[in-house]
Design a binder for this molecule. Structure first.
Ligand SMILES: [Zn+2]
Length: 421
């Protein structure tokens, strides 16, 4: 069944079964539910779940595992039932049941959507060291019928030699490491297009910008597919051959997309923070886990025919503000400004000026070098067309914009001078 939003009746039933199992088996959640006044047997609708069942932050998991080492009170089965051990930096300990496949069914679907054929050689370059990503991808490609190179990170020259020797046609890892392999191949006197056979690539764990995608296509002739996920809840979504947003493939998760300000379900076309519950019995269950990532929900059906929801990564939820009624993440503005090479850092000032009916949004664009006379006008027009709100644009020297406004943290990218009270 395709993952849908808002959730259907069948998905709600599966969620309730899971919550009842968790309440019965995980001491941590039994206590959290009771403290919140929630009894799973009394939940009648998804709205009840949203209102009564508390969210879990990564910090809750880390703190509880540190207080009760190593697994914490989240644990829902005795150790004799563990099938495998997954560990993330923190360290975070995630034991799994033998039947929990660590997200590989989602990944297999994503691998199929890339047009990968059984028998192809896949080169996995995510880390295998105290990180779940490398091994998880390795297993998924093997389950999809591929032969897999255990590349891991670093050792670029050796990796080029191995990928060339095996004739790898599929790359899987970060786009920046692929760029590194291209440069290394050239240093070794090779032609990446002729000497390496990469045909398609599974890009993950960092942003695949349009510029990087184009550069890697130039270097290798490779078609890259962007993917997203999170270390604890695993893979979520991936691009199809249309390359417009990522299809949500996570059928073993109950995914919610909630308005970062109101907590209500996000509308199609809007921005939602992901909150995910792992479905089915788990050795270490996570309920309403909120890693703090925001996505835009694409409203139109995909021309590829896959009816599952498409999402596009926006950024960390903490940097989002509602401006003129629209949720804006500084990363969206940065993507627009990337089309203007003379613009560096920027800052947005939102205020409600006395006597004015509507709030104002001023974009201070920090510029390096000479300034074209119509720059402010062109910036305003492009922003209005893509981010959908009107900005007054002020062109200033980049030195006048604080460094703390810069991405990827964007700590002071939006200055909110509206009084809330
Ligand atoms: Zn599609």
């Amino acid at each position: 069944m395709a993952a849908s939003w808002p959730p259907g009746e069948g998905e709600f039933e599966r969620l309730l079964e899971t919550l009842a199992w968790v309440e019965g088996n995980s001491p941590y959640y039994r206590r959290r539910f009771a403290e919140a006044g929630a009894r799973v047997g009394d939940l009648r609708s998804y709205a009840d779940v949203r209102r009564l069942i508390p969210r879990t932050a990564k910090a809750d998991l880390v703190a509880n595992q540190q207080q009760h080492p190593p697994f914490g009170e989240f644990l829902a089965v005795p150790r004799e039932r563990f099938g495998s051990l997954h560990t993330s930096p923190g360290p975070i300990f995630i034991p799994r049941l033998p039947e929990e496949r660590g997200g590989t069914p989602v990944l297999k679907e994503a691998i199929r959507a890339m047009g990968v054929r059984p028998g192809e050689v896949a080169h996995v370059t995510l880390s295998y060291h105290v990180m779940p990503g490398g091994l998880r991808l390795h297993r998924a490609f093997e389950e999809a019928g591929c032969l897999v190179i255990n590349g891991g990170t670093g050792a670029s020259r050796l990796q080029v030699e191995v990928a060339r020797g095996w004739g790898a046609t599929v790359y899987a890892g970060t786009p920046s490491f692929l760029a590194n392999l291209g440069e290394t191949a050239v240093e070794m006197g090779l032609d990446p297009r002729r000497d390496l056979a990469y045909r398609v690539g599974f890009s993950t764990a960092e942003a695949l910008t349009p510029a990087l995608r184009a550069k890697l296509h130039d270097t290798f002739g490779i078609e890259l597919f962007d993917h997203c996920g999170e270390a604890q809840i695993g893979p979520l979504a991936g691009e199809c051959r249309v390359h417009e947003g990522m299809h949500l493939h996570a059928t073993d998760l109950f995914c919610e997309f909630l308005d970062p300000e109101s907590g209500e379900p996000a509308e199609p076309g809007g921005i939602g923070e992901i909150v995910a519950t792992q479905l089915g019995p788990r050795a270490l269950p996570l309920v309403r886990y909120a890693p703090g990532d925001a996505f835009r929900l694409l409203a139109e059906p995909c021309p590829c025919g896959d009816r599952s929801l498409r999402i596009a990564f926006v950024g960390q939820v903490g940097a989002i503000r509602k401006i003129k009624g629209v949720l804006i993440h500084p990363a969206q503005v940065q993507r627009v400004l990337a089309g203007f090479p003379e613009v560096g850092r920027f800052q947005i000032v939102v205020e409600q000026r006395p006597g004015e009916r509507y709030e104002s949004a001023v974009l201070r664009a920090g510029v390096v070098g000479p300034i074209a006379p119509d720059l402010a006008e062109r910036l305003a027009a492009r922003l209005k067309a893509t981010v959908l709100i009107g900005f007054e644009v002020q062109v200033v020297g980049e030195g006048e914009v604080p460094e703390t406004a810069a991405g990827p943290r964007f700590a002071e990218a939006i200055v909110d001078r509206r009084s809330h009270g």
